[in-house]
Design a protein around this ligand. Structure first.
Ligand SMILES: Cc1cc2nc3c(=O)[nH]c(=O)nc-3n(C[C@H](O)[C@H](O)[C@H](O)COP(=O)(O)OP(=O)(O)OC[C@H]3O[C@@H](n4cnc5c(N)ncnc54)[C@H](O)[C@@H]3O)c2cc1C
Ligand code: FES
Length: 273
């Protein structure tokens, strides 16, 4: 009998990290499968499930080169994500996937990579950034722009300090705070302020749709071409495998054909995302 594609694999939570507290809490979960057989590429997602609560599509934020665990960073927003936040280390999660396409990092050899994230949008970027960092010899200069509403909303704080030893990290928050010494303002404005060069560069941006829109406008103003800009689309998803039609843009299924798109590809689709 054919395998039922909706049956999740079981994974044990081996580590939970509180990233952000409060109403928009974010936690990072590291998981290990109870059985082998799950591999992924940078930018892919997985459908996480809790029995009796439901499923949510979440980006895999660990690098495929990391073989000891699979990592997810999750913003508490509704029923499923709140139930995942209530789990403890040692508890079991359902994981279906991996789903979707991936960032074409093999094509980016020799390029300068500029990562631009906002809020929880650092999660899909993290997988590709960590992969590029592990093989720095394959790329030109790496840099990261990352912004959050306030300094308390910044995720991966310790890791950001660590990667600062290797690459330029440009942090921003939306409004002034007494002890904040870095950029104040929205991420797209920080990008325009620092003026990354489009020469031999690829920009990868993930975050709230409004941020992505203005990041792309500002990258274009700096001279980036459509095929130098990559982003992810996070339409609502149910099946994750191109069957239910929940996530489509025109005749295109974001869960299967996306979530990673170049701006050149995205511009050809109906403007309904
Ligand atoms: C490809 C993809 C990757 C994603 N990666 C991550 C990730 O790494 N971390 C993370 O925290 N979240 C991620 N999301 C969003 C996540 O799937 C939703 O927040 C989650 O499914 C909400 O489920 P819920 O039952 O907790 O909330 P619900 O009760 O279903 O909804 C709560 C609120 O979240 C909004 N919401 C629901 N689904 C989505 C969605 N797909 N996109 C945006 N808003 C939504 C609802 O409109 C509502 O306002 C991703 C979504 C997609 C499609
Ligand atoms: S989520 Fe069902 S078709 Fe994409």
């Amino acid at each position: 009998m054919a395998e039922n594609v909706y049956i999740p694999k079981l994974a044990k939570i081996i580590e939970i990290k509180d990233e952000v507290e409060g109403a928009r809490a974010i936690r990072t979960f590291r998981t290990q499968f109870l059985e082998d057989g799950f591999t992924h590429d940078c930018g892919q997602c997985a459908m996480l499930s809790i029995f009796g609560k439901g499923e949510s599509m979440i980006s895999i934020s660990s690098s495929p080169l990391e073989k000891d665990y699979l990592q997810f960073s999750i913003l508490k927003s509704g029923r499923v994500t709140s139930s995942i936040h209530a789990l403890q280390e040692g508890d079991i999660l359902g994981v279906r996937g991996p789903y979707g396409n991936s960032f074409p990092i093999k094509k980016w050899k020799g390029k300068n990579l500029i990562f631009i994230g906002g809020g929880i949008g650092l999660a899909p970027i993290w997988s590709v950034l960590q992969t590029a960092l592990k093989h720095k010899e394959n790329y030109g200069k790496l840099s990261l722009f990352y912004g959050a509403r306030t300094s308390k909303d910044i995720v991966y704080k310790e890791d950001l300090e660590e990667i600062r030893k290797d690459i330029a990290v440009h942090l921003s928050i939306d409004q002034e705070e007494p002890d904040w010494n870095e950029f104040v303002g929205f991420v797209p404005v920080n990008v325009l302020d620092k003026k990354p060069s489009p020469k031999d560069a690829i920009a990868i941006t993930c975050g709230p749709p409004i941020m992505i829109k203005f990041v792309i406008t500002n990258l274009e103003a700096l001279g980036f071409k459509d095929d130098q800009i990559y982003t992810t689309v996070e339409n609502k998803m149910k099946c994750g495998i191109g069957k239910c039609g929940r996530c489509n843009i025109g005749n295109h299924y974001v869960c299967k054909d996306g979530p990673v798109y170049s701006w050149a590809e995205l511009k050809k689709l109906p403007q309904e995302y």
